[in-house]
Design a protein around this ligand. Structure first.
Ligand SMILES: NC(=O)c1ccc[n+]([C@@H]2O[C@H](COP(=O)([O-])OP(=O)(O)OC[C@H]3O[C@@H](n4cnc5c(N)ncnc54)[C@H](OP(=O)(O)O)[C@@H]3O)[C@@H](O)[C@H]2O)c1
Length: 267
């Protein structure tokens, strides 16, 4: 298929660098890239063995147009792209806060796919939430699974609202986990450990715990129980989390993230 990448920033570059590792995907598709300042379009075109164009107007007709710029640029960019995207071509968008309804209103003659990837695509462990317009072709979904499947797992959403809510976990999740690990690292500051050792202990902890989880049939609760003996040391630490209502704090954080995504949607 002929694919145009409109915007080649951090996210689109990390996803398509992953795609470029698969010779078959490079053979089956042709890629054209565009960014206003050209450099990142040129870099990504080289990686994808494709072409970069100097202006959207010089793009030849494509099967798929992937919108990968910032949501703040959407209104101006949409006016420009309306003129060059042929009717029937698929529009895939990764823009946060721009829902399928809005995209369908602006591009009424195009099937729409809205995707919310996360930053872990960079290491091939991404989470892609997606939802599409009713007229979206099966062949387009197969292509989506092929390309985005190269960098992570994909999950179909029931509604844009659901996508925005789950983004609190999948999209904000890496930052939440890093923040939690930061608190553990900070708790070691009163010890004699060097900064490097504190950092490496926390990284080891995260990787080891996740490896254990990925290789165990017990699940989160089972593993937590297996390292918590009754009235033992871990039990005491977890009791503090329970008393201070860690679960409630997390739910509140998810609600706050969702509220913010609704605010961004209406801007
Ligand atoms: N980063 C993430 O983890 C993440 C996760 C989920 C969703 N998203 C969504 O992904 C999108 C991109 O985010 P990002 O972090 O990759 O942004 P970014 O690094 O700032 O990249 C934005 C890209 O858009 C280009 N651009 C600006 N105006 C354009 C236009 N009119 N037409 C085509 N390209 C244009 C920029 O060109 P220049 O190179 O010339 O500046 C740049 O290449 C956002 O909508 C964001 O909501 C990001």
């Amino acid at each position: 298929m002929k694919i145009a990448l409109l915007g080649c920033g951090n996210l689109i570059t990390s996803i398509f660098e992953g795609v470029a590792k698969h010779d078959m995907l490079l053979k089956e598709n042709t890629f054209s890239t565009y960014t206003p300042s050209m450099t990142r379009a040129q870099n990504l075109a080289d990686i994808l063995q494709g072409k970069h164009v100097l202006s959207p107007e010089s793009l030849e007709s494509k099967d798929i147009y992937i919108l990968g710029f910032k949501p703040q640029s959407y209104t101006a960019a949409m006016e420009q792209y309306k003129k060059i995207i042929p009717s029937g071509a698929q529009i895939w968008s990764v823009l946060a806060g721009i829902n399928v309804d809005r995209l369908s209103k602006d591009f009424p003659d195009n099937p729409i796919l809205r995707i919310m990837p996360n930053i872990c695509s960079k290491v091939g462990q991404g989470i892609n939430l997606y939802i599409h317009s009713k007229d979206f072709p099966e062949r387009g979904l197969e292509k989506f699974h092929q390309l985005f499947g190269a960098v992570g797992n994909s999950y179909l959403m029931n509604s844009d609202d659901e996508l925005d809510f789950i983004t609190g976990v999948s999209g904000c999740g890496p930052a939440l986990i890093y923040n939690f690990l930061e608190t553990l690292e900070k708790s070691l500051e009163t010890t004699s450990l060097s900064k490097d050792d504190r950092k490496s202990i926390v990284i080891n902890l995260a990787i080891g715990s996740i490896d254990l989880l990925a290789n165990s049939s017990e699940g989160l609760e089972g593993l937590r129980r297996s390292v918590t003996s009754n009235k033992g040391v871990t039990h005491e630490a977890l009791e503090t989390y329970r008393e201070r209502k860690l679960e409630g704090i997390t739910l509140d954080a998810m609600k706050a993230a969702y509220k913010r995504s609704l605010e961004l949607r209406s801007q």
